[in-house]
Design a protein around this ligand. Sequence first.
Ligand code: NAD
Length: 340
Amino acid sequence: MADTKGLVVVTGAGGFIGGALLSSLRERGFRLRGVDVKPLDDWYQRLDDVENLSLDLNLKQNCELAVRGSTDIYNLAANMGGMGFIEHNKALCMLSVLINTHMLQAALDSGATRFFYSSSACVYNGDKQKTFVAPSLKEEDAYPALAEDGYGWEKLFSERMCRHFREDFGLYTRVARFHNVYGPWGTWYGGREKAPAAICRKVIEARLSGRHEIEIWGTGNQTRSFMFIDDCIKGIELIMDSEILQPINLGSSEAVTINQLVDLAESFAGIRLKRNYDLSAPKGVNGRNSDNTLIQKYLHWEPDTSLRAGLEKTYRWIYDQYQARERGEPGVVREVASGH
Ligand code: NAD
C-alpha cells in the first residue's frame, strides 16, 4: 500500500492526467512533488501547497533532481497529443524514450520504492484494428509488435524497459495502457487535443457562431472507447497498489463511433449540424476497444463512468473555457492555494 509519509513524485504534472493525479493524491494526504517541462504559469492545475518543479526530463540530471528523496514515482511526462499531433510528430514522440530511460535509471539509483508508467492503447498491433466493429484488445494483442508508428513504438519499448528494470534490477514497476482519456482540465484546442475535446469545442463553436456545420476527421465510422478522467485516476492508484506485473488495459469498454460522439455533443448543445467529412485528415486505426477481462479479474473493477455523463461534464467545462477565452481571460489554469 502507498505510504503517506513518503514523498510522491508525479511527472507530467502540468498536463491533463498528471494534474488530476497530483490533485487526487493531495486529497489523500500525500507529500507531493509535481514536475513538468512547462513553465509553472502554463500548468493546467497548479497546486500551490505542493512542491512544483519546472524541469526538462529529457536530461538525466533533471530526472535525478526530480526523484530525489522520493518513495513513489508516477511517470506521466511525454511529448504527445491527439492523432493530428502524433501522426505529424513521430520523432518528437519517440524522443520521450529519453524521459522514460532517465527516469527509470534515476528511480533505481535514488532507491525509490515504486514506479508507475503510463503506456497507451497505441502499443496494439495495427493489423488487429482494421475493422470498424471495434475489436476488444486483450493485453496479449500487443504482440507480434506492430504498434502505432512513432508514439506507439516508444510506449512499447518503454513498457519493456519497465519490465526489465523489475526483472533484472528488482525495481517495483507497474504499467497501465490508457485508452483515450478525456475530461475537464485537459487540452481542448491548439493541435494536441484529442477527439472528445475537439468535438466538444467544434460543436460549441458552431452553436455560438450560428454556423451549424462541423468538420469530422475520416468517415466518422471509426470506433473507440473513451475513459473519463476520474476513472483513469482511480485505476492508476489501484494498479500502483496491485500485484499486476504485466502492462494492463486501463480503459472504458463502451465503444462508440466518432459520429456517435458528435451525436452526444450535439445533444448537449441542443443543435444538429451538417457534417463535413475530411477523408485526408489523420484518423488512426479503424476500430479499437478495451478488453477488460484482466482488470476485472485482478481488481474486480473497470472504468464505469458512462460516456454521456463524462462527456457532458467535459462539454460544460470546455464551454466555460471557450467563453473565458473569448473574453480574453486565461481560462484554463486552475490554481489551488494552501488550505483550498
Ligand atoms: P499532456 O500532454 O496533457 O501531459 C503530458 C505532460 O508531459 C505535459 O504537460 C508536458 O509538458 C510534459 N512533458 C513533455 N515533455 C516533457 C519533458 N521533456 N520533461 C518534463 N515534462 C514533459 O498528456 P496527458 O493526456 O496528461 O498524458 C499523460 C500520459 O498518459 C502520457 O504519458 C501519455 O502518453 C499517456 N496517455 C494519455 C492518453 C490520453 O488519452 N490522454 C492515452 C494514452 C496514454
